[in-house]
Structures are given as C-alpha cells and as structure tokens.
Design a protein around this ligand. Structure first.
Ligand code: G3H
Ligand code: 13P
Ligand code: ZN
Length: 333
C-alpha cells in the first residue's frame, strides 16, 4: 500500500465511528514500534513529524525510514503527516519529502509562540490548502490555541476554540480536518487535578460540520505507571498528569477522528531505557536498551489503537492515490 492521503483515512474513521492515532516520530525505533503496533492490531495510522523532528533527522533520514515503513507494511493505511507546520515553506518541504498530510498551525505566528489574529490564520491556512490540494495532499488547520510549551512550541496560553469561528474557518479555508482547543495542552504536565475538557465545543462544531473530521492535540494520557517507573529509576517527573482515555473516547463519539500522541511514547521509551540502565549498569550496547524501549513503545501504541477503536480497520477500504485525491479536490472547485 502506498502512503495514503490523510483525508481518506480520517473520512473512513468518521464513517466508522473510530479514532486514528497520530504518533510523533524522530527516529527509526519509533517508526518501527508504531508500525509493529499497527500490524499487530490491523489499524490505520498517522505517523507524524514535527519541524523539530525534521531538523533532528536531517529530513532525508526520515523520508527513507517512512518509505521503509510503507514497503514493509503494505496492508496498513499509513499517512505521513507534518505536525505543527508554521508556514507555506514548511508545508512545501513536507510535500517534497512525500508526506500525504500537512498541518498548518496558523493559530500561532511563524515563531511557533505568538498567537495570530483570525484573519492571519485564515490567510496562511488558505495558502497552504491551495498548495497542498493542487498536489493531492490533505491539510489540517487549527483554530484556538492549546496550552503548554514543549521545546519552544506553543504560546503557553489557552484560547479555547470559538465554535462559530471554527465553522467560518472551515468554509473560508477549505481545510480537510480541524484541530480544536478544548483544554488540553502539549507535554507531560497538562493538569494538576482531574481535567474537565470543553466537550461542548466539539459537539457544537460537529453539529454544523458533519463532514469535517476533528483533531485532538495534546492527547497523551501520561500513564501513572510509566511516570512512577521513570521516577523509580532516577527520573524526575513528579506531577505529570494527562488526558483520561475516557475523555478521548467521548471526543471520538463526538466526531474526533485524529488523536495526537507524542508524550506517552516518549515516556514508554524513557522508562524502559532507565530500567535497563538502573538494573544492568554494565550494558552499553544500544540494542540492549533500545530493544525493550521499542517493545514498550509498541505496547502503548497498540493499546491506544484498541482504545480508539481503530483496531481491525486496516483492510476496510482500497487506498486512494494522491492523484485521485487531487482529482477529488478539483471536482469540488
Ligand atoms: O506538538 C508537539 C509535539 O509533541 C512535537 O514535539 O516539537 O518537541 O518534536 P517537538
Ligand atoms: P502530547 O504531548 O499530549 O503527546 O501531544 C502531542 C501532540 O499534540 C502533537 O501534535
Ligand atoms: Zn500538537
């Protein structure tokens, strides 16, 4: 199966009433574990790279790893996605690398920190949609801003999505799917007490935009057992707390089709590596700690695929090519 346009994967998810996990990657082991989980659970999947990931991997390493993932897993519908693109240039880079889905996070300026006006967001998102759709690539936009700052990405402030503005934004930009700010944030320190997400925003947008899959960022659950394991083996993540799975499942029932997970994977990998280092300090062959790390990552990704209801849906449909997706966009003009 070639890489599939993100739009097809998410429209199928919306139709089937399940959510597709979008997991962040930076290296070979993360791609391998996500694909192992997708294969085991027979799930469609998004593999996503942030601008930081593209920089870390020198672009081409990631491109060839992604091609290997496609070659080795022909039965899995897989979209390669740019996470938090910050302008037309980052979208162009992703399309040139062969990505089939691009996020333009026009809720923030190019610095990835300063919130934009609604008009600025529409302007940059439109340009990215025009460029990507002409090449059959799907586009995710964002309206409202998440809290939390991870490695310099994020404004640090939460501006919950205004549902009326979200509906206007979809009509004015032509985005394929839309990320909403409903009270989640990136990273491991999302909440101090059990959270209450603004699910009414999801419901209100869904009621008027039935054909637009919605996206939840900052969706890591930050499992207490992984946090405790990291701390037991010398880490320091005392107050880490995330989004309960039940809240994500409620989102899926209300039209969320793409769920972004990075932190949970990072924690699974870190806990496994720390355990080897603490219990077997004589080990120095990277394979001896990266193998358990890869297994721990695959385990949590497979769990999420089952919890989101994606498991078993890999063979539901014939994958579309980018050319076919391009023809779809042209037919809508
Ligand atoms: O949205 C943020 C993702 O977790 C990616 O994080 O920019 O550190 O790669 P990163
Ligand atoms: P987490 O930090 O909750 O994993 O969120 C990741 C994300 O939203 C990537 O875009
Ligand atoms: Zn995000």
């Amino acid at each position: 199966m070639p890489l599939v346009p993100g739009r097809q994967i998410l429209m199928e998810a919306l139709k089937g009433g399940y959510g597709v996990g979008a997991f962040n990657v930076n290296n070979m082991e993360q791609i391998q574990s996500i694909m192992a989980a997708a294969k085991e659970t027979r799930s469609p999947v998004f593999i996503q790279a942030s601008r930081g990931a593209l920089k870390y991997s020198n672009l081409n390493y990631l491109r060839h790893l992604m091609l290997a993932a496609v070659e080795l897993n022909p039965e899995i519908p897989l979209a390669m996605h740019l996470d938090h693109g910050n302008g037309l240039d980052s979208a162009k880079t992703a399309v040139e690398l062969g990505f089939t889905s691009v996020m333009i996070d026009g809720s923030l300026k190019e610095d990835g920190k300063t919130p934009t006006t609604y008009e600025e967001n529409v302007d940059v998102t439109r340009k990215v949609v025009e460029y990507c759709h002409a090449r059959g690539v799907s586009v995710e936009g964002e309206i409202g801003t998440l809290g939390g700052i991870e490695d310099g990405v994020g404004s640090g402030q939460i501006h919950l999505t205004d549902p009326d503005q979200a509906i206007r934004f979809i009509a004015e930009t032509g985005v394929d799917y839309l990320a909403l700010a409903i009270g989640t944030s990136h990273g491991a320190y999302k909440f101090k007490v059990a959270p209450k997400l603004a699910m009414d925003i999801v419901q209100k947008v869904r009621a008027r935009a039935k054909d637009t899959p919605l996206v939840m960022h900052g969706s890591s659950t930050v499992p207490a057992d992984l946090r405790d394991e990291i701390n037991r083996y010398g880490g320091k993540m005392p107050n880490a707390m995330g989004v309960p799975i039940s809240a994500i499942q409620e989102g899926i029932r209300n039209g969320v089709a793409k769920i972004n997970i990075d932190t949970d994977g990072r924690m699974a990998i870190t806990a496994a590596i720390r355990k080897v280092f603490a219990e077997e300090p004589s080990k120095f062959d990277p394979r001896e700690y990266l193998t358990p790390a890869r297994e721990a990552h695959a385990k949590i990704v497979a769990e999420r695929m089952r919890e989101f209801g994606a498991a078993g849906h890999a063979q539901d449909y014939k994958p579309m090519t980018l050319e076919e997706n391009k023809a779809y966009y042209q037919s809508k003009k």
